[in-house]
Write a new protein. Sequence first.
Length: 63
Amino acid sequence: MKKTSLTDLKEKYKAAPVSNQVIQIDGISYTVVSHYAGDKDINKVVRNIAFSKAYEDMKIHSA
């Protein structure tokens, strides 16, 4: 299986929307660049996050 290079990925997703965000951790600035390639089912991702959060909340409140 061929390993995909950064150059190949840049070319493949050059038309995808991109966002930049600067985050500071312990006084050091990091730039996070997100490329929205559409490879994930956003509904499934949001549903899984919501389910996990609700499950954790139930465990905390039932203890």
